[in-house]
Design a protein around this ligand. Sequence first.
Ligand SMILES: [Mg+2]
Length: 132
Amino acid sequence: MMNVEDIKPFADVDKAYLEVFDKDGTPKNDLAAYSQWVEGKILTKGRDRQIENTLGLLGEAGEVAEKLKKAIRDYSVFDKEATMKELGDVLFYVAALANFYGGSLQYVAEMNQRKLDDRQLRGVLSGNGDDR
Ligand SMILES: [Mg+2]
């Protein structure tokens, strides 16, 4: 049986780094450019977009979970690359929704960093409640 502990999440971290940054450390992409690119791929307009993007996010998050479930159920090798592709789909919908709500992926990322840094400083990184 495959144990979740057997999954090595950052085995190719150097490879991943090279795909995201140039040799001089310059990002090949940034969140603002990505958010703008996402807008060019949006097909559903108006209020329906909010619903479609939200359902898309949930669907893609489910696909991430499915990769792990199938590996456990079938005693098979966990497919990290396929999971990374699904995480990209999740990222797409996060950016789409951030754009829809008038923010950006950069704004969401910074807000999340501030929230978690604050929780860490206050010693409440673990626990319950959105506003702890
Ligand atoms: Mg997908």
